[in-house]
Design a protein around this ligand. Structure first.
Ligand SMILES: Cc1cc2nc3c(=O)[nH]c(=O)nc-3n(C[C@H](O)[C@H](O)[C@H](O)COP(=O)(O)O)c2cc1C
Length: 192
């Protein structure tokens, strides 16, 4: 690992003025000197998940191979996503489905923020998905930001003091897990 932690940031919203994108901006700023954040720009280029194209690494569509390469190259992953209809946005879930068999999230340090009007249902669902595919998520590296539009502005500044504290904690936890420090890691859920 180079001195800076390379982080692949994935925004679950494709909206131009996405609050989740603003949060990624805030975290990029906060992590200056520690993180080297690259925003994944190919979410909507990924085809619909198809297990037939997933079986052999070389058989996967080019956009999928590119996504997997970027995951492989990253020391850690940051996901910021809204909740849609009390679920995970389809575009984001589709992307993750392409990594289940290829195990690109296995042992990968991940930080997850679900930010929306509420966000709790999608957060639990996505947390379960990420943990079952063996992501390493510290207790403090996951967070729901409800009412996000009043807490982060268009410039990527977190204006709510409590949220700022929680996001700082999340950044520290992601850095610590990536460096191999001993933190409480969330257990994988049972499949049944
Ligand atoms: C189709 C749709 C469904 C939504 N469903 C939920 C929901 O179930 N729970 C919630 O907390 N917010 C919901 N929202 C509100 C979004 O979470 C909120 O607009 C959020 O700011 C979107 O994230 P973004 O700003 O990063 O695009 C929904 C928004 C849309 C467009």
């Amino acid at each position: 690992m180079s001195s800076k932690i390379s982080v692949l940031a994935i925004c679950g919203s494709t909206r131009a003025s996405s609050s989740n994108h603003h949060l990624i901006k805030a975290i990029t700023e906060m992590g200056t000197g520690v993180f080297d954040v690259q925003l994944f720009g190919g979410l909507t280029d990924l085809p619909h998940f198809n297990p037939d194209q997933d079986l052999l690494p070389d058989a996967a569509p080019a956009a999928v191979q590119q996504f997997r390469k970027q995951l492989e190259a990253a020391d850690a992953v940051l996901i910021c996503t809204p909740e849609y209809a009390i679920g995970v946005p389809g575009t984001l879930k589709n992307a993750i489905d392409w990594t289940v068999s290829s195990m690109h999230f296995s042992r990968k340090p991940v930080a997850l923020i679900t930010a929306g009007t509420s966000g709790h249902k999608a957060h639990q669902s996505l947390l379960g998905t990420l943990l079952i595919i063996e992501s390493k998520i510290a207790e403090d590296a996951q967070l729901v930001v409800s009412g996000v539009k009043t807490k982060v502005n268009e410039q990527g500044v977190i204006t709510d003091e409590g949220t700022l504290t929680q996001v700082r904690k999340l950044v520290d936890a992601l850095a610590a897990v990536t460096r191999g420090e001993e933190l409480v890691i969330l257990p994988a859920p049972s499949l049944f």
